[in-house]
Design a protein around this ligand. Sequence first.
Ligand SMILES: *Cc1c(COP(=O)(O)O)cnc(C)c1O
Length: 358
Amino acid sequence: MWKDLDISLEKATALKEKPSVENLGFGQYFTDHMFKMQWTQDQGWHDARICPYEPFSMDPASTVLHYGQAIFEGLKAYKSYDKQIYLFRPTDNFERMNNAASRMSMPRFPVEGAMKALKALVYLDRDWIPEAEGSSLYLRPTMIGVDPYLGLKPSESYIFYVIMSPVGAYYAEGFSPTKIYVCNDYVRAVKGGVGDVKTAGNYAASMLASEKAKKDGYTQVLWLDACERKYVEEVGTSNIFFYIDNKLVTPPLSGSILGGITRNSVIKLVRSWDIEVEERPISIDEVIEASQNGSLKESFATGTAAVISPVGELFYNDASYLINNGETGDLSIRLFKDLQAIQYGHKDDPHNWRVRVG
Ligand SMILES: *Cc1c(COP(=O)(O)O)cnc(C)c1O
């Protein structure tokens, strides 16, 4: 099927000017090259190439544009002080993407071949990995169905591609807590649905609630379960943790939330520090009660973009609840520093999470 994946290389003839590191923001600039390959029923994956970053054309009837066969991933390449390049748990991203492919009736791809392509692409555009503290190169593997056919059925042709964008430090103005709006009227996902895969429609469906919360001065929404609006699920596009009575509590991966790689890393790190972690349903009432009786010490969200995002305030049913006096807690700081140090190659990597490029 993959035919030992020969990746052809077509280099850009003119390189783009790189943006200054102060103005990177998130996802606005793209590197000189991209990776892409195609899938058809008779040929499987083929035509794997690294080529100049460029638009591609597709038929207006393409499946992805009408029925949303689109899945993606997000991970980062980091440059250490001594200019080594690292990826963080990249095979976990590709395995998660393959699970998403199965769920969305899309073809799976060989992880080893995709890793080879990813490393080659990152290495080719390595000068785009910013070196300022906290900055990195964000990698976006994507797969879309491109059959020009309006009947509702899985596409018979697909494009898999990877684009890359240099991103600035998430906390340019310091590691500051967020204000979170607990969302009662909209839900993100139901068990049995597609909330546990990174498929495009989930994010379109979440925008209205997020935008409303932002308008009211909140950073993000906290989603509750779709059936009872009782149990906590996720914050925006991040997983959520509560530090209650010296135990770290996070909702279980029961089908409607995304199994974050940062979430999994946090659980493993914290357990290695002899702090108890519970993956169990946690109701918003339990969180509010814990915040009122003082047993809720900290809360934070986890994800590739921000790593750790401390929660300083929750707004629920017309009332505000401060967490840790609206300040960043010690466990959040320790996790943020430790995870970043591992990702950038600035400390030991006891779990073998780093993959070196080059
Ligand atoms: C990507 C994502 C996360 C975080 O996953 P990481 O692998 O830690 O980046 C959490 N929730 C949702 C909905 C996501 O899309």
